[in-house]
Design a protein around this ligand. Structure first.
Ligand code: ADP
Ligand code: MG
Ligand code: MG
Length: 878
């Protein structure tokens, strides 16, 4: 029988798949000899079984009972024992960190009897015992019994009045327990379960179920975490930070997750338990002040933080509790950080000798690099600063202020940019946080919910702007000098400095982009980026090219590090004033008329190619012959019909054009007369383009054209185009590779034949994805992809990240069969996927020669190609 339960002493950090991140790291800390309360972990496998079968796996209950027994022996007391109870927490924890998205229940084991035992255990501290009990009913009621948490909050608020929770005395808390139990009875028709074992069992199942809570699903989709992993459950002995002022609880980072600087960095709250710190119920104090309160624990904590950094060789974040002067470690993980900090920390760790430059490249991601390429506020612009909070997550965001998650979503759907303003956020605000351009809160520190979640998403966030009086009910906030901002007023927030401005502040490009554009690396961050990019470039095997149609794009791409153009589309060369000539081409009734139109187009195209070859200075340029259906260059059928039917000055040409447009009209233009089919049906069209390319290449010394034929499905199509093109190249006296796109499934499946006629393949994965799935991209993304994502049919749109199983399989077949026929076949990809991190790793794995992507994604592709080469087995791009 499979083992479903692991004691903390049995696990280690490498077992995240099974034990979740929290469980694996609790085990790791236990085995490092750090003070971790004892406990055990139920595997995510058991959760998957439970979610699929609706019941826990056979034997799980006995296994848990065995481990509980051992825990009770170790602690010398039994779960919920009336005179001296053991209490436990039941905590979620999946492979990937999902902060606050799932459930945790503390103080399991309390009931009307053991509450007295707990007080006795605590030396007669009745207040503490009743506080713990009311917390249990509140958490259990909300998460296990599905009772609206506001009911408990409201009862607590009524009791507190203007006081803080710590001002409530034992009698009042006892009364609150009674009120809470009344709420449970009223809402569920049953009494709060007094049996400690039943409490634990129900809590375990509730944690399993919380994997599928709406906010957890939303978070996973946003963070691209697979939907089928399930969560592990950790059961651990409780330690108490709510004994009194000699106790407390806190969170900390081993370095600043914003800048990467080493130092003391965290929040602490006296006489508090668990979530209190991040929930912002009272204002926390900076961790430094713990030195004054409890020097012994403080020193021990700093020592442990040092141990963890050296052990994990990375920034860690931790949760800890001090129980009457004794420090306990409750959680650690390699901490989330801002994009800038990721680069800085990686190079700092290299300088400290903790990791190598190879490691450093794998520690940063293309997504983080992309974030650093966002614009920032113009330092020279005039701004009206109205407040300053904490710089929780960097970036520059401008938008209309909104005060609820719902409004944030609504206005965003109407195309508005919004800034979500809250006193503090909670997990229910997730949808609004995703929708908003930025997040502003008036309470909570850099470890508050808003800050942690925003950093994880790479969203601009300013938190704890305490000068702001936020009134969510009226939908407004007041700044110190009396400025009132109401819903819809535009504000700008700077997540790098923490500043809040009234109105729209103009933005300027990022320093990292300026560096890619050729500026010398100036500040520490850009130097770190420079170092890592150089190392990634040296390590990568994949070439990186650009999708660029114009000389400007080509030049920028080259500055960004492109080693050529992998896709130069030619359709724009038929637009603008040249539409006229396309119309002439379509309307031509004789060979002469058609040739005249083509002859007129040729010099124009040649001039375009000359400029592109010049800007690429001898790097290869893959030019795709015309691809879209011709009607795209003609007037719209409805407009033209109306004109012909109603306008007084209709010309003969209009009538002819309308007839032509009608003749060319197709039900499924994407599957109609386009690509190579055009070249075969319209005599001279491809020949004209090839001649323009050849003439241009002849004029620009060192030009390296590659001629690419789109939409080929059968080798015969390619052969006949190739023959004509080769003849023209020979006539002009220019050499060029001739190859094809692989974007129709049949081409992939007959790649062995096609390779006989092609010197290179370029995978057009946009079309290949459309045709492999039978999806029309422009239609499906808005009509039903949401539903498909909800159903988990795919975790992320196959147009964003290459579908390895289906489309990827077609690519693999084409690579193998193509190379078998022609070992020096050049292989590349030119769909949007060429700039997507996970897809770049796939291209590396299947042995392509290069990826091609839009100019702005080139640095991302370079970095990911380096990461793919350096982390052979680990293709995790998160
Ligand atoms: P999350 O994943 O949302 O952070 P956790 O499982 O970490 O949830 O638990 C929530 C809070 O409860 C944390 O602050 C944690 O430190 C605290 N906590 C969990 N287990 C215990 C325990 N056994 N004793 C004391 N505090 C605990
Ligand atoms: Mg936690
Ligand atoms: Mg295509």
């Amino acid at each position: 029988m499979a083992k479903h339960v692991y004691d903390f002493t049995e696990g280690n950090r490498n077992l995240k798949d099974l034990l979740g991140g929290k469980g694996a790291n609790l085990a790791e800390m236990t085995n490092l000899g750090l003070p971790v309360p004892p406990g055990f972990t139920i595997t995510s496998e058991a959760c998957r079984h439970y979610l699929a079968a609706g019941a826990v796996p056979d034997g799980l209950d006995q296994e848990v009972a065995g481990h509980l027994d051992a825990l009770e022996k170790k602690m010398g007391r039994k779960l919920g024992q009336a005179d001296d109870p053991l209490l436990v927490s039941v905590r979620s924890g999946a492979k990937f960190s999902m902060p606050g998205m799932m459930e945790t229940v503390l103080n399991i084991g309390l009931n009307d009897e053991s509450v007295h035992g707990l007080a006795k255990q605590a030396g007669g501290n009745e207040r503490f015992a009743w506080d713990s009990y009311r917390r249990l009913i509140q958490m259990f009621g909300k998460t296990v019994l599905d009772i609206d948490g506001d009911l408990f909050e409201r009862a607590l608020d009524e009791l507190k009045g203007r006081r803080q929770d710590t001002d409530l005395d034992a009698g009042e808390l006892q009364g609150l327990v009674k009120t809470y139990k009344g709420i449970v009875r009223e809402q569920t028709g049953k009494d709060f379960p007094a049996d400690p074992l039943e409490q634990m069992r129900l809590a375990v199942m509730a944690v399993f179920d919380s994997w599928n809570a709406p906010r957890a699903i939303l978070y996973r989709r946003q963070e691209r975490i697979p939907a089928d992993l399930g969560t592990a459950v950790n059961i651990m002995a409780m330690v108490f930070g709510n004994y009194g002022d000699d106790s407390g609880t806190g969170v900390a980072f081993t370095r600043d997750p914003g800048s990467g600087r080493q130092g003391i960095y965290g929040d602490y709250l006296q006489n508090a338990q668990g979530e209190d710190v991040v929930a912002g119920i009272r204002n926390t104090i900076p961790l430094e002040e713990l030195e004054r309160i409890d020097k012994h624990s403080y020193d021990e904590l700093l020592g442990i933080m040092q141990t963890l950094e050296t052990h994990y060789k990375d920034l860690c974040d931790i949760e800890f509790t001090i129980e009457r002067g004794k420090l306990w470690m409750l959680q650690t993980r390699v901490g989330k950080r801002t994009a800038g900090a990721a680069f800085r920390i990686a190079t700092q760790l290299v300088d400290q000798g903790l990791i190598t430059l190879d490691d450093a490249v794998t520690r940063v991601t293309g997504d983080q690099l992309a974030q650093l390429m966002f614009p920032r506020f113009d330092a020279g612009a005039e701004k009206k600063k109205i407040a300053k909070g904490m710089n929780a997550s960097p970036g520059a965001a401008v938008g209309k202020a909104v005060f609820s998650s719902e409004r944030a979503v609504e206005l965003t759907e109407q195309g508005e940019d919004v800034i979500l303003v809250r006193r503090e956020t909670n997990p229910d605000d997730l949808s609004g946080m995703i929708a908003a351009k930025g997040i502003l809160t008036s309470r909570g520190g850099k470890t508050s919910h808003a800050a942690v979640v925003a950093r994880g998403m790479g969203k601009t966030c300013v938190c704890g702007a305490e000068e702001l009086e936020v009134n969510t009910r009226d939908g407004s906030f007041t700044a110190p000098d009396g400025v009132v901002v109401s819903e819809g007023d535009v504000i700008s927030i700077d997540g790098t400095t923490g500043e809040v401005f009234l109105g729209e502040v103009p933005v300027v490009p990022s320093a990292v982009v300026e560096y890619f554009e050729g500026a010398e690396p100036g500040d520490e961050l850009v130097k770190a980026v420079d170092r890592i990019m150089r190392h990634a470039d040296a390590a990568r095997r994949l070439g990186v090219r650009a999708n660029a149609d114009t000389p400007d794009d080509a030049a920028r791409a080259r500055r960004f590090g492109a080693q050529g153009i992998g896709l130069c589309r030619t359709e724009h060369m038929f637009l603008g004033e040249r539409r006229q000539l396309v119309e002439d081409l379509v309307l031509a009734s004789t060979d002469e008329e058609r040739q005249a139109a083509l002859d007129a187009l040729e010099p124009l195209q040649k001039a375009d190619f000359v400029r592109i070859f010049q800007s690429m200075e001898g790097d290869p340029v893959t030019i795709r012959l015309i691809d879209p259906p011709l009607h795209e260059f003609l007037p719209d059928i409805v407009d033209l019909s109306v004109k012909v039917a109603t306008s007084p000055d209709v010309t003969e040409k209009d009538r002819k054009l309308l007839a032509a447009v009608k003749r060319l009209h197709e039900q499924n233009p994407m599957l109609g007369l386009r690509g190579v089919r055009l070249g075969l049906v319209i005599p001279g069209l491809f020949a004209m383009q090839v001649r323009a390319i050849a003439q241009a290449a002849k004029e620009v010394p060192g030009a390296r054209p590659e001629i690419m034929i789109p939409l080929v499905a059968a080798v015969q199509e390619l052969e006949s185009v190739r023959e004509e093109a080769a003849k023209i190249l020979a006539e002009v006296g220019v050499e060029a590779l001739i190859g094809t796109m692989i974007e129709v499934p049949r081409a992939a499946l007959t790649a062995g034949q096609i390779a006989e006629a092609a010197e290179f393949f370029s995978f057009g994965t946009n079309d290949l994805t459309q045709m492999a799935w039978g999806f029309s991209r422009d239609d499906v993304e808005s009509s039903f992809f949401h539903r498909y994502l909800d159903l988990g049919i795919f975790g992320v749109s196959p147009f964003e990240t290459l579908d390895r199983e289906g489309v990827g399989r077609l690519i693999k077949i084409a690579v193998e069969e193509g190379r078998a026929v022609r070992p020096d076949l050049r292989l590349g990809i030119c769909g949007e996927h060429g700039g997507d991190p996970d897809s770049v790793h796939f291209c590396h794995e299947v042995g392509l020669d290069y990826v091609s992507c839009s100019p702005f994604r080139i640095p991302v592709a370079r970095l990911e190609a380096g990461r793919a080469a350096l982390s052979d087995t680990d293709s995790d791009t998160r």
